[in-house]
Write a protein that binds this ligand. Sequence first.
Ligand code: NAD
Ligand code: DAU
Length: 346
Amino acid sequence: MRRLMVTGGAGFIGSNFVRWTLETYPDAYVLVYDKLTYAGNLDNLKDVAERFQGRYAFIRGDICDARAVREAIRAHRIEAIVNFAAESHVDRSLMEPGSFVQTDVFGTYVLLEAARAFGLRYHQVSTDEVYGEVLEGASTERDPLMPRSPYSASKAGADLLCLAYFTSFGVPVTITRGSNNIGPYQYPEKFVPLCITNAIDDEPLPVYGDGQQMRDYQYVLDHCEGIDLVLRRGQPGEVYNLGTGISTPNLEVAKRILDLLGKPYSLIRLVPDRPGHDRRYALDISKIVALGWRSRHTLDEALEKTVRWYVENEWWWRKIKSGEYREYYRRQYAERLARSRPAFSG
Ligand code: NAD
Ligand code: DAU
């Protein structure tokens, strides 16, 4: 499976997956097909375009555009689709759900139809959020889907479509349900890069509610390796959870970031909560471990690498933070910060 179309490959995880794939497999050919929304960024692939000439191509396109998708598959003799393309930020799905339904559900349908027509292998990059909040224990792949935000509901809809295309039409689909990724090239609307870049600038770190919501933070390249493993060795029609299996409260993560940067905890501000905020996600990862995967980074190692990358790559994130992001940040945080309180004094 070496001629891949990576949809959403100009985003955070997709660009890491593309680089990792081309470095790992000398016979791999990767076509990135990406709409370049606010989250898509060719800076994420700048080195890839230079290093892998002849094995890498880019097309700007929408996964909802069936004709363009088929032309790309034909022109590049694609053998498999790995779908990262999505509207991915929960807070934006609360502001404007329509684009999430369009891209995450309808776009997945368009790609599945193309996979069916061309006889392609198809992998869907999904999320632990489809299980909804898990107050105790851990989600297995057989648990019911109980999504609670427009984002997670759209991703759950896409998962169900993928499984339906396997059952109804025999399309060889697999799904991974990943936990929160951290690492290089993550758009600074997400919690970890937002905390890191704000801390570098001595700006407040806005932590929602009481900061005791728990997430399974994993290093992005561990996630990429797991996706590749499932692409190669996963069973069609099957779902695989993909995370470390360890969940940590957000407040603890914010403190560790400040420790790494040598900044005071007084930068942390508790702000009004995200509506419908899922309290906890936790994954049972025994199925992917049985397939041969393991996480290579502890949370501390993942945070250390991530913080270092943002410290060393201000050229990447300062450009973003001076653009569209400013207006988004104002809408999302101005009032919240005005109503915030410190988590720690001093
Ligand atoms: P991202 O927002 O950084 O990137 C999304 C990419 O998709 C962007 O390059 C964007 O331009 C592209 N895109 C959006 N709409 C498109 C469309 N209609 N057609 C073509 N391209 C389009 O997202 P990410 O954080 O890299 O997440 C990638 C995938 O992984 C998503 O499907 C997300 O649901 C899933 N996921 C993310 C995480 C996480 O922690 N970030 C965890 C588990 C699963
Ligand atoms: O769990 C996997 C999911 O992880 C992916 O499917 C999503 O695409 C990805 O965005 C991420 O969703 P989260 O909502 O968990 O990520 P986010 O970085 O937005 O938030 C992480 C946690 O931090 C969450 O509990 C909300 C909290 N948070 C977030 C922001 C942006 C804050 O406390 N303050 C913030 O400013």
